[in-house]
Design a protein around this ligand. Sequence first.
Ligand SMILES: Nc1ncnc2c1ncn2[C@@H]1O[C@H](COP(=O)(O)OP(=O)(O)OP(=O)(O)O)[C@@H](O)[C@H]1O
Length: 296
Amino acid sequence: MLEVKGVSHVYANGTRALDDVNLTIPRGMFGLLGPNGAGKSTLMRTIATLQAPTTGRIRFGEIDVLAEPDRLRRTLGYLPQDFGVYPRVSAYQMLDHMAVLKGIHHAGERRDAVEHLLNQTNLWAVRGKAIAGFSGGMRQRFGIAQALIGDPELIIVDEPTAGLDPEERNRFLNLLAGISESVVVILSTHLVDDVADLCPRMAVLAGGRVQLEGAPHDLIGSIAGRVWRRTVPHQQLAEMQASHEVISYRFFAGEIVVHVLSDSQPEGFTPVSGGLEDVYFTTLAEARRAPAEAAA
Ligand SMILES: Nc1ncnc2c1ncn2[C@@H]1O[C@H](COP(=O)(O)OP(=O)(O)OP(=O)(O)O)[C@@H](O)[C@H]1O
């Protein structure tokens, strides 16, 4: 279990990227959902001991993460949002090298581990090819292979499916789901579907604060009977936004499908069985409104 308590982070330029974040993350897949700039990467890097928070505490089981970063690193697998450079060495060589860095010094043990990871991530056939020539999906699968070296108990993946085509995305998410049973996996993403498909627990981060936490199923239940939809010509959108609590809208066949939140049925609207996307957009709308109301 990972416990994040009262974690705040203020960057040197004064940006408060995390503001009193409290989370309890059990074994299994945990979705951390939030829009661009929400603070997800800052939180992921902080848990991964790559940067220290301004205040707060983090525990992973017996480990005091901020006081014993090396101890955490030995049991951590981290797939950052961006590796930056991709080396011209083969996937096999790179994994072998990284396994040495992770402390697997026995050659036979290392060979077994590297071969197992290449098979697990479906990269065996391309093990001799340079990573620099890999497609986006292959790179992400390589990223998971390197994160899994040494059987980590805490795995952090930061926006892993951005830019993947649907088939590669599925392959990647299935791979993650397969490893998440006995370890803590934190999946940071701005894609609601990634969380809805896979995560038994989740939180929404926005403006550096945890806005919502729970099981997707329960959170969807919490908005049941309060989400309504109506299709309108796009000229009417501004009017709709002024008169209703619009949580989302999308263009469809030349018109706009509007979803609104309301305790009773607004005129001209039909009920929708809300999904996680409605929960997410409702949460973001409320998060945006809170500072505006406080200022007023
Ligand atoms: N090194 C830095 N110096 C100053 N501000 C930063 C730094 N890194 C991030 N920020 C700011 O902190 C806030 C949170 O950024 P962060 O990258 O953690 O968000 P995110 O949720 O991961 O966003 P994205 O989905 O766009 O990656 C943003 O306002 C960002 O501009």
